[in-house]
Design a protein around this ligand. Structure first.
Ligand SMILES: NC(=O)c1ccc[n+]([C@@H]2O[C@H](COP(=O)([O-])OP(=O)(O)OC[C@H]3O[C@@H](n4cnc5c(N)ncnc54)[C@H](OP(=O)(O)O)[C@@H]3O)[C@@H](O)[C@H]2O)c1
Length: 343
């Protein structure tokens, strides 16, 4: 199937050849991102869909990539910078299909996806159809744009943790982008699997947790801003969403032979080393994007089983301010870029 003979062609949409987008031509501080006009609208490959972007979520992986760190930056270096091409950041997208090379999606469909190919900080984004899901009624495009990375990660991460009946689970960063969705699933398991949940956060974030959970269902909470040792809770599982020294510090809450699941995977080895005396099993976890996973998390939002708090929405032209805010590391919920909110 090619772009001109697809079942769902762009016959009734008059698409421009250029667009506004946020480009980087080098790694560095937020200011390396520049909002520009006259950027080519992407061409579609087989089984891709062109999405007119309404909202694009931003995630810590975006600013790490912009700083030149990790697999995202390596890909940009090889595929773009080494060929003197600019790159467009952004792995989260929600918007409207304006051209389709897929039988599964038609023009006008509202869709969302997580795609590690990037390109979300733009008016138009080409997305592999197998990564997309339709946005159900009752879920706004703003929520859908905030959800792809944190939603798919939170669902897969809790499944990966394989928490068993009666276990005591400790987690940090329960009010962050991923954390808010992880803690809601854990609280559900308090009722269904009789687990205990202790959260590690600042007093400010503890004060706001009622936004997504019934705090009475927590076993307890630990104020990490106090300069004192964490309690030995003899907990069975640590879900570490912060890593580094914060992750190491949380190990003292665990019993011997406990399990540690690390979301910022670069810190898994550090925690493994620090936990040797307790014979801990430490595993890093990486989200695997798929349309099915996207559909599952959207459905949970639609059914009211998961709530998503959006802290700030910035216009696309303010991507620098959005990154500056997110990389402070103290968000309450999600930060989103509004690209074309009227889609
Ligand atoms: N491996 C993967 O596939 C994958 C996928 C998604 C995300 N990640 C990684 O997972 C991490 C979390 O992502 P996110 O989107 O949830 O980040 P985020 O929204 O930026 O997390 C912010 C939260 O972290 C909390 N926090 C910061 N320092 C803390 C500490 N020392 N102890 C306890 N809480 C602390 C903050 O609360 P306070 O204000 O209370 O400090 C804030 O609410 C990031 O490193 C991200 O890169 C990995």
């Amino acid at each position: 199937m090619n772009t001109t003979t697809a079942n769902h062609t762009n016959a009734s949409f008059d698409l421009p050849s250029t667009q506004h987008a946020v480009l980087i031509t080098e790694f560095g501080e937020p200011e390396v991102m520049t909002y520009q006009d006259g950027v080519d609208v992407p061409k579609l490959s087989d089984d891709q869909v062109l999405v007119k972007v309404a909202y694009a979520g931003i995630n810590p992986v975006d600013y790490k990539t912009r700083q030149g760190k990790g697999w995202g930056a390596n890909n940009i270096q090889k595929e773009k910078f080494d060929h003197d091409k600019a790159a467009i950041l952004g792995f989260d997208v929600a918007g409207v299909v304006v051209k389709s090379n897929s039988d599964k999606f038609a023009m006008g469909d509202q869709v969302a996806a997580l795609t590690f190919a990037g390109g979300g900080y733009a008016e138009y984004m080409a997305v592999d159809a197998n990564l997309l899901a339709k946005v159900p009624n009752g879920v706004t495009l703003e929520q859908a744009g905030a959800l792809p990375c944190v939603g798919q990660t939170a669902l897969q991460f809790v499944e990966f943790a394989n928490i068993k009946t009666g276990e005591h689970v400790v987690m940090n960063a329960p009010a962050g982008g991923v954390g808010q969705l992880v803690v809601q699933q854990l609280i559900d398991k308090v009722a269904t699997d009789n687990i205990k949940v202790t959260v590690i956060c600042s007093p400010e974030k503890y004060g706001k947790l009622d936004t997504f959970i019934d705090k009475a269902k927590l076993e307890g909470w630990i104020d990490y801003t106090k300069d004192e040792d964490f309690p030995d809770l003899q907990a069975d599982v640590l879900l570490d969403l912060v890593g580094d020294d914060a992750g190491v510090r949380a190990l003292s809450t665990l019993k011997s032979d406990a399990r540690v699941k690390v979301l910022p995977t670069i810190w898994a080895d550090k925690l493994k080393e620090a936990g040797e005396g307790k014979n801990l099993t430490v595993d890093g976890f990486t989200c695997k994007p798929s349309g099915q996973s996207m559909a599952e998390v959207l459905q949970k939002m639609h059914e009211g089983k998961l709530k998503l708090h959006i802290q700030n929405t910035y216009p696309l032209s303010d991507a620098v301010a959005a990154h500056t805010k997110l990389q402070k590391g103290d968000t309450f919920g999600k930060i989103v870029l509004a690209v074309d909110p009227d889609s």
